[in-house]
Design a protein around this ligand. Structure first.
Ligand SMILES: *Cc1c(COP(=O)(O)O)cnc(C)c1O
Length: 505
């Protein structure tokens, strides 16, 4: 199977090339030329497998230039080596909330306590194998723009991985205290972290510019290096995210929660860069029985507006919220959805992306909008509603969810109120441990607004809710801070030249 660019159908590269490169030279994103299908009997066949074996089945259908041994080696290293605090890296917890059945798909049992681990524990293995396959012989310089969780998960995944260097940019005022602490204390000889003066969009736009800067790419090449990406623009990030949607469906079958062929589920995803929900969309197209994909946003509701009206308009105030990993106005992966919904019309997609870059806005045609609305329900909520939802779920279900997951629960309630669909079993994607956002979660549950230290709030949350503090969070308090650099978005290139050692030559 080969991969095309969303902005140029003439491009055709292998999976290894797409993963090694991260983003296409024309600024487009790599997409598979067709999606494999999984039938009901395939699902039955996966029902009694472990997570790593399920991952192997899905990956095999996409990575046709990898050998079965290579794929097995990658998934075994990622998912069975004790990096997750649970045998099943993606377990669900059942909540009967009022009239509805919710299955909380907890994707935060990995080393950094957010769902990004699901992909970023695997990506370094896929990437090093891809580099060998394309015989690059170069060191991969992984540039990451993060709204908080990707950065830490990428650092943890790539630390001391041979043949790679990793540099993470995060918005200095756009991440939670725990997220910042997690990144600033990162260990490893090949890692760097830099705060930038700006928001996530500034960081992401800056990184995309660096990727496609010819002169900079030439300089890297002369020095035996090449750029790659650990953001969800990289196909190697997105592919592992398809797996857990199949996996939870298989778990629901195995538990008898789903007992009919073709029985549909809803999937609710708290969304920022549109990566996680796009993976759910691909799973649906691959044959997973899904009724609605429910896209939940916070006050940065650019996607809600787009999915409801067909107009994408990034020219709006940027809100810093208590769900910072969703504080995004340019959702990169939407480009992949548009490519798919236009039947692969790369010229049209390239045109819209150009309009977005030039005027901050584009409108899709009615046919595309109709297809969007068939598949998606979309809503948003602000910080007050997010907090009220955390409190309600805690009071009624004795379940503690983080701020991002609470946005999803809130929007799911909106969906039920508008559609009366109380019947369809619904998977709510729980994207982070509440302890990553302990201050906000504690405030939601107890009203606490004290100036106690971040670590005191973590401990308090544990006492109040009777839940254990995850080991990776507990361990942070005693770790020394290694990174405190900051730069402007305009100076990101200089930072890259310094970190790679090119500037000194
Ligand atoms: C990254 C992230 C999101 C948003 O995911 P996208 O794939 O960017 O849409 C939601 N919640 C948490 C906790 C995250 O880290």
């Amino acid at each position: 199977m080969n991969y095309k660019s969303t902005r140029d159908n003439g491009v055709s590269v292998t999976a290894a090339q797409a993963i090694a490169q991260g983003i296409c030279g024309d600024g487009g994103l790599f997409v598979p030329e067709k999606l494999p299908r999984f039938s009901y009997s395939d699902l039955c066949g996966m029902q009694h497998l472990g997570y790593a074996e399920r991952a192997e089945r899905i990956l095999t259908a996409f990575l046709t230039d990898f050998t079965p041994e290579e794929i097995r080696d990658c998934v075994v290293k990622a998912y069975t080596g004790g990096k997750f605090d649970n045998d099943n890296p993606a377990p669900f917890t059942y909540l009967q909330n009022g009239k509805v059945n919710m299955y909380m798909l907890e994707l935060w049992h990995g080393p950094t306590c957010a769902f990004k681990d699901m992909a970023l524990q695997l990506l370094p293995h896929l990437l090093t194998k891809s580099l060998q396959k394309i015989k690059s012989g170069k060191t991969a310089v992984i540039l990451v723009a993060t709204s908080g969780d990707t950065g830490k998960a990428a650092l943890e995944g790539f630390k001391d991985v041979e043949g790679t260097k990793i540099l993470v940019f995060y918005p200095e005022n756009g991440v939670s205290p725990m997220q910042k602490r997690q990144m600033d204390t990162q260990e490893g000889g090949n890692v760097s972290v830099c705060a930038i003066e700006g928001n996530f969009d500034d960081a992401q736009t800056g990184v995309k510019k660096l990727f496609t800067d010819r002169e900079l790419n030439r300089l890297l090449e002369q020095n035996g290096m090449m750029f790659s990406s650990a953001n969800s623009i990289n196909w190697g990030r997105l592919l592992p995210q398809i797996v857990y949607y199949f996996s939870v469906y298989c778990d629901l079958m195995a538990h008898g929660e789903i007992d009919r062929e073709g029985e549909e589920i809803n999937i609710v995803v708290p969304t920022g860069n549109f990566g996680n929900i796009l993976a759910a969309y691909y799973a649906k197209k691959m044959g997973l029985p899904v009724k609605k994909l429910i896209c939940a946003s916070n006050a940065n509701n650019v996607l809600t507006e787009f999915l409801n009206t067909g107009v994408y308009n990034r020219s709006r105030p940027f809100h810093t919220t208590i769900s910072p990993s969703m504080d995004i106005l340019i959702s990169s992966n939407l480009e992949r959805l548009l490519y798919d919904l236009t039947g692969g019309d790369s010229a049209k997609v390239a045109g819209w992306m150009k309009e977005l870059a030039v005027s901050g806005k584009y409108r899709v045609d009615d046919a595309v909008l109709a297809r969007v609305q068939e598949q998606f329900f979309s809503g948003f909520c602000d910080d007050e509603a997010t907090k009220a939802t955390i409190k309600e779920i805690h009071n009624t279900e004795n379940y503690v969810c983080d701020t991002h997951t609470a946005v999803a629960v809130n929007v799911y309630h909106q969906y039920v109120a508008q559609t009366d669909d109380t019947e369809t079993p619904t998977v709510v994607v729980s994207t982070a441990s509440p302890y990553k956002f302990a201050g906000s979660v504690l405030n939601a549950i107890t009203g606490d607004a004290s100036a106690a230290s971040d670590f005191d709030k973590v401990k308090e949350l544990s006492v109040v809710t009777g839940t254990p503090i995850p080991a990776p969070i507990a361990g942070l308090e005693s770790k020394p801070v290694r990174f405190c650099g900051r730069c402007t978005a305009a100076a990101m290139q200089d930072t890259v030249l310094q970190i790679t050692g090119i500037a000194r030559k």
